[in-house]
Write a protein that binds this ligand. Structure first.
Ligand code: ADP
Length: 231
């Protein structure tokens, strides 16, 4: 399979993290910034680094951004530059543009431009942190549209040592249990080694164990309610 190619324009904290993650996952990443230092920081980690002004239409045309599977525009400090760059990329015919919005006003402007993939780092990161603070048992959250989420949570006290049939996640809490992560201890060369394993599709008679982490699907409110009732 051909390698995925992504460009990330604007290498502040957010853009840098995206570029790194993509490269780690094996993608071919083109990292772009106006600032030479920002570009140099990623030199060793991504396929190609380009120091250029992303609002310079000629410079944009000179690069092959149309060959990229997606271009992420993450210039957070200068919305005008982000807009200009996004419009030029649209004019070039870039297949998939993902742009960053710092607030609702910026999001609305981007939607008007026809950009439907919008990232709000502050919002998304803030939401996960807020949820983790409220409920320390939350390990990770994948936020979905319409206030739905998939949450990985340490099994709350109230459901431990009970069967799924007895807990009635669906009927009582409007939640679906996706799976369970369970600690398994094995003897390896005479030493006890503990690792987490997915138990697959749980059945009604599966019992929740003391150190289980459960993966739930439901609305944010229903997940919070479930955690509060059973904490
Ligand atoms: P964060 O909040 O993620 O740290 P910033 O908004 O501070 O992000 O960083 C934005 C990055 O975009 C900076 O590295 C800056 O040099 C870069 N940048 C700003 N204007 C342009 C431009 N016209 N072309 C390319 N990169 C730019």
């Amino acid at each position: 399979m051909a390698k995925n190619t992504f460009a990330v324009i604007g290498l502040g904290k957010f853009g840098r993290a995206i570029a790194r993650k993509l490269a780690e996952k094996g993608a071919e990443v083109i990292a772009v910034d106006i600032n030479e230092n920002s570009v140099e920081r990623l030199q060793e980690e991504v396929a190609l680094c380009i120091c250029m002004d992303a609002t310079d239409q000629k410079a944009l045309i000179a690069q092959n951004f149309t060959d990229c599977d997606a271009v992420v525009v993450s210039i957070g400090e200068n919305f005008e530059a982000l807009l200009l760059c996004t419009v030029y990329l649209q004019e070039l015919g870039v297949k998939r543009i993902i742009a960053r919005a710092n607030d609702d006003h910026q999001r609305r402007i981007l939607v008007q431009l026809g950009i439907d993939e919008i990232l709000s780092p502050e919002g998304e990161v803030g939401l996960v942190i807020a949820e983790k603070l409220m409920h320390p048992s939350v390990v990770s959250i994948l936020q979905l549209p319409d206030n739905y989420e998939i949450a990985e949570v340490k099994a709350p006290r109230g459901i431990k040592n009970r069967t799924l049939n007895d807990i009635k996640l669906r009927d009582k809490y409007k939640l679906n249990l996706v799976t369970i992560e369970r600690e398994v201890t094995k003897l390896v060369k005479g030493e006890e080694v503990t690792a987490r394993h997915i138990i697959g599709i749980p059945s009604p008679d599966t019992i929740i164990e003391e150190t289980d982490t459960i993966v739930l699907f439901g609305t944010t409110i229903d997940i919070e309610r479930f955690l509060e009732i059973n904490q």
